[in-house]
Design a protein around this ligand. Sequence first.
Ligand SMILES: Cc1cc2nc3c(=O)[nH]c(=O)nc-3n(C[C@H](O)[C@H](O)[C@H](O)COP(=O)(O)O)c2cc1C
Length: 197
Amino acid sequence: MNEKAIAEIGKQVAGRRIVVAVTGGIAAYKACELVSTLVKLGAEVRVAMTPNATQFVGAATFRALSGHPVACDMFAEPQSDEIAHVSLAEFAELIAVVPATANLLGKVAAGICDDFVTTIICAGRGPVLVAPAMNWRMWENPIVQRNCQTLAELGYHIVAPEIGRLADGEEGWGRLAGLETILAAIVQALEEPGTGG
Ligand SMILES: Cc1cc2nc3c(=O)[nH]c(=O)nc-3n(C[C@H](O)[C@H](O)[C@H](O)COP(=O)(O)O)c2cc1C
């Protein structure tokens, strides 16, 4: 990645409180590099995961990369330095859902809050960025497109997926946007109003 661009992004994210929310798609591993980069750039990063995301990357990896406990189980007894869901929503200047599954898009568009990630999105008042990633058949599904449209109309920042080779070996739209694109979108979203009421 272009070092000058990264340095410029660093100036914008240093000290900002960002929650990276990871959902259960094959691109979850790419969120590791995002968290690692944001931490290196001086952002205050916390990670929330859906239970399904932990099937793809272990919470221990994000705990190590962020230096903080990972929020995943809404009903777990909080550890001393762990933040409950409402506090995490208050902590977040920005929630960045990377990657965002088709399931997550549908749940948020419908106002469903049945796990830590969807609940902090509902409770948050800052901007929310979602970076969908999925097989092209899912991405082209009209319901998924409609859910994205709904979220965009409500002020969510959608970082559109790219065309390319997908994890399952197929070619098409649905590949998670590149790290640099997501970082640039985070910088932009940090300057914009939130999605909450
Ligand atoms: C191997 C595997 C890969 C998957 N990859 C994706 C994906 O890239 N995008 C997606 O939307 N769903 C994907 N799914 C389906 C999601 O895991 C499933 O919809 C799940 O309910 C998402 O849960 P969450 O949104 O709560 O994390 C995949 C499932 C499996 C088993």
